[in-house]
Design a binder for this molecule. Structure first.
Ligand SMILES: *Cc1c(COP(=O)(O)O)cnc(C)c1O
Length: 436
């Protein structure tokens, strides 16, 4: 393939893209076509599922209408919750703009089912960073309001050497600690160098846990996992599955909020925590239109597919450049995150800054490491996003600590991710951090 044909010249002249790097990426795309075909089939399947569910719910323009005040009888809200129930193969759902983040809904789910004296057990190792203070573990003085502060204890079981749930250990701990009332499963890798957990691989562990202790609530942190597979955790027996709407299921359009799907009983309990036991799910208005929540869910299977393709390309390219990557380009992915291990904080920061520079919004802003609330180390975040902090849009986060891992995720369009990777590689090359 020549580098002097029209394609390369045009991209070089109009957008300043290096012909050599454009050619390298073109070649990489040829090598990963079979993976891209799998992603197209996945997006197609999930797109059909969403359309079919929308038709079954008889969604109409009236459901997009805003409401005010208490929001009694809010049809847009109620129908959106029916829709999530169907798409996520659940009995019930809450979908609310009043949840400000993923951490908020996960935290509410935990407080909804745990009572003083109970214990929480995480069976996928250390949970996402922001839950550390919510739970209150690894703190001498548990933070006020944390589960520990409420007299709720915490245990965790690490994933085994193969990166799977260590079910024997989980069952042993369940036998020892009769006060375990909730089990947390995190589907995505989050900020950990570990594989994501396939919904198929949750099935056996959940079945065995339920057999031993039917009273224990299984809570799945589904952040970044939605639509990366054909099934979601409710179908394998999760009691509550939660996630953020500014990640996968919002399709890049939902402006805020989170969802929870699950069994009738568990979602009822969560509704009492969401508002109050007297009120439950019956209040909650939204003075702006619900349209972006519906349209976002409609777009989500496609957008997740675009993000997955971008992640596969990044994995292939950085592995070829000699970096350690997780996951590798070939094979299953159960979240949209691509981890890349750099050699120094300099490379890590240069990577995140280059991603930012390729953004449609705030492309002129240079991100720097900062002390972000809820995180243990300084973090650098590249997020030139339309929706603040929306990581279904192309973004990169990295705690500034060895082994210098960048977590790259999102991308509303594959072309944006490709453009960003072209300019990232150019910049690393110009700074002498890599040589191509
Ligand atoms: C993003 C994320 C969270 C927390 O969501 P926020 O919206 O950032 O509070 C929790 N768990 C996982 C796995 C996540 O990816």
């Amino acid at each position: 393939m020549g580098t002097n044909n029209f394609y390369y010249n045009e991209l070089h002249e109009n957008f300043g893209l290096s012909k050599k790097i454009t050619a390298i990426i073109k070649k990489a795309e040829k090598a990963i076509t079979s993976e891209f075909e799998n992603i197209d089939e996945l997006s197609e399947y999930n797109q059909y599922k969403v359309i079919k569910s929308m038709q079954e719910c008889r969604i109409s323009e009236t459901h997009f209408m805003p409401t005010t005040g208490y929001g009694y009888g809010d049809e847009g809200r109620a129908r959106l919750e029916e829709l999530f129930t169907l798409v996520f193969d659940s009995q019930d759902a809450l979908v609310r703009p009043q949840w400000g983040s993923g951490t908020h809904v996960i935290s509410d789910a935990l407080y909804a089912v745990l009572r003083p004296g109970d214990a929480l057990l995480s069976i996928t190792g250390k949970p996402y960073d922001t839950l550390e203070e919510t739970i209150g573990f690894s703190q001498d003085n548990p933070p006020q309001g944390s589960l520990m502060d409420w007299g709720i204890s915490y245990k965790q079981v690490e994933l085994n050497a193969k990166g799977e749930i260590d079910i024997q250990k989980v069952l042993d701990i369940l036998d020892e600690s009769k006060n375990i009332k909730a089990i947390l499963i995190q589907r995505s890798r989050g900020y950990e160098w570990r594989p994501s957990i396939s919904v198929y691989d949750m099935q056996e562990p959940i079945r065995k846990i339920k057999e031993r202790r039917p009273d224990v609530f299984i809570i799945v942190d589904n952040c970044y996992g939605e639509f990366t597979q054909k099934i979601e955790p409710s179908i394998v027996g999760a009691d509550i599955t939660v996630g953020s709407l500014i990640k996968n299921p919002g399709g890049g359009l939902a402006p805020t909020g989170a969802y929870a799907v699950g069994t009738k009983n568990a979602i009822d309990l969560l509704s009492y925590r969401l508002t109050s036991p007297a009120i439950g799910r019956e209040v909650g208005s939204y003075a702006a239109t619900y349209l972006p929540f519906y349209q976002g869910l409609f777009m989500a299977p496609h957008v997740v597919g675009q993000a997955l393709k971008g992640a596969i390309l990044a994995s292939y390219l950085f592995e070829a450049l000699g970096y350690e990557v997780l996951p590798r380009w070939k094979g299953e992915r159960e979240d949209i995150i691509q981890c890349i291990r750099f050699n120094s904080d300099e490379e890590l920061i240069a990577f995140c800054q280059a991603i930012q520079q390729a953004s449609p919004v705030d492309g002129h802003v240079v991100p720097v490491p900062w002390e972000m609330p809820g995180y243990m180390h300084k973090v650098i975040m590249a997020a030139g996003t339309f929706i603040q902090g929306a990581s279904i849009e192309l973004s990169a986060d990295a705690p500034i600590t060895p082994p210098y891992t960048a977590y790259l995720q999102g991308g509303l369009t594959y072309a944006h991710v490709k453009y960003a990777l072209t300019s990232v590689i150019s910049q690393l090359n110009e700074k002498g951090l890599i040589s191509i």
